[in-house]
Design a binder for this molecule. Structure first.
Ligand SMILES: [Zn+2]
Ligand SMILES: [Zn+2]
Length: 121
């Protein structure tokens, strides 16, 4: 299990699985939502996340035309994870988790980036 959380510590996240994928994303949305030039993300099963603390949700149509929502700490603004909004129901079983939120660097050592997308910008 890996633990992590936001900058101010009010949101804590425990992750109990192995990422389905890992990758760097250079898309405009990722740049804007983090303020960094790219994001490093784990694609995880939502059911394997245990989140404590309240979240701020921001929904948007993404660069690539999908309806997405991103979740932030409402106090310090740390971007924590995102999901594609499904038309049929509210819950999405897949979550894009920001890899930088982990306190445990072991998970980062165990799981290196496997892909890099939107690099031609
Ligand atoms: Zn915070
Ligand atoms: Zn992106």
């Amino acid at each position: 299990m890996a633990v992590g959380g936001c900058f101010c510590g009010k949101v804590r996240i425990k992750y109990n699985g192995q990422p389905l994928a890992s990758g760097l994303c250079h898309c405009l949305d990722c740049r804007k939502l983090t303020g960094a030039l790219y994001t490093y993300n784990y694609v995880v099963r939502s059911a394997e996340l245990d989140i404590s603390g309240s979240l701020k949700e921001v929904a948007k149509t993404s660069d690539s035309g999908n309806n997405i929502r991103n979740f932030f700490c409402p106090d310090c603004g740390t971007p924590l994870f995102g999901q594609k909004i499904k038309s049929d129901r509210d819950f999405n079983e897949i979550t894009i988790l920001r890899a930088g939120i982990f306190d445990d660097i072991q998970i980062l050592n165990d799981r290196k980036p496997e892909a890099e997308i939107y690099t031609d910008r």
